[in-house]
Design a binder for this molecule. Structure first.
Ligand code: HEC
Ligand code: HEC
Length: 208
């Protein structure tokens, strides 16, 4: 009992120190960048008008900050986003991330999946159970049963454009995107066939 209390006190103290260490992110400061720069591709509120540009509303601020910083440092590359990342000063990145994290994807931003019920069912099976024989884990284990992601590391996929999900899975598989922690997504994507990628992407996009 005493040990538990001491541990709890210790954890509370360290948490407070951590919280005081970094200045609090200010979403209103981030909104200025959203309105002037990001709006062109992701919308002011992070619901993108076109599948070329991912929805970024409602992701965890940590995930958004990480990806943005990786584009700035060249750890993740894509010509348009790499150019855009350079326009935001380092000290403003947390503010921009806080703004988009606060937003919600406006549904139905992404049209209902136009795939056959059979394709969706195959995607659902992979999402929920993976494929033991092929060594593919369930996507739900890390991205959540309803695809809302698990803070801090695991991004939201529910409501995302299926085209974007497919592209990222292929980028992980082809080692074009290599900034995932411990290569966990690269290892999974390497085991997915094109048909599996198509099925699971459309299933995830339809989650709400
Ligand atoms: C000219 C179009 C364009 C503009 C403007 C733009 N982006 Fe992007 N953004 C992209 C594209 C394209 C991608 C997908 C990159 C890829 O395929 O790897 C992307 C990806 C991202 C991602 C990664 C999303 C994920 O799920 O991993 C974040 C975060 C992001 N953008 C934030 C921003 C922010 C914040 C701004 C404004 C400061 C911004 N973008 C402005 C085109 C743009
Ligand atoms: C062991 C945990 C784990 C499992 C299981 C997992 N993922 Fe991921 N996934 C991650 C992590 C972590 C990231 C974030 C990578 C980063 O930080 O760049 C990610 C990122 C992604 C992205 C990129 C999202 C974006 O916004 O750019 C897609 C797409 C994705 N995962 C799809 C899947 C699918 C489909 C499955 C099931 C076949 C799956 N993942 C299973 C951990 C996992």
């Amino acid at each position: 009992m005493i040990r538990t209390l001491v541990l709890a006190a210790f954890l509370t103290a360290s948490f407070n120190v951590a919280a005081q260490g970094a200045p609090k992110a200010d979403p209103e400061k981030g909104k200025v960048f959203a309105e002037t720069i990001c709006v062109a591709c992701h919308g002011v509120d992070g619901t993108s008008p076109l599948a070329n540009f991912p929805h970024i509303a409602g992701q965890s601020p940590e995930y958004l900050k990480k990806q943005f910083e990786h584009f700035k440092k060249g750890l993740r590359t894509e010509p348009q986003m790499t150019a855009m990342a350079a326009t935001v000063p380092d000290e403003e990145v947390a503010n921009v991330a806080a703004w988009f994290a606060q937003q919600q994807i406006k549904t139905p931003a992404t049209p209902a999946p136009d795939k056959s019920a059979e394709v969706i069912a195959r995607g659902q099976k992979l999402w929920r159970a993976g494929d033991l024989a092929k060594g593919i884990p369930a996507c739900a284990a890390c991205h959540g049963a309803s695809g809302h992601g698990l803070p801090v590391q695991y991004p939201r996929l529910a409501g995302q454009f299926p085209e974007y999900i497919e592209l990222q899975l292929k980028n992980f598989r082809n080692e074009i995107r290599t900034n995932d922690p411990e290569g966990m997504m690269q290892a999974i994507a390497a085991k997915l066939s094109d048909k599996e990628i198509e099925a699971v992407s459309h299933y995830a996009a339809g989650l709400r």
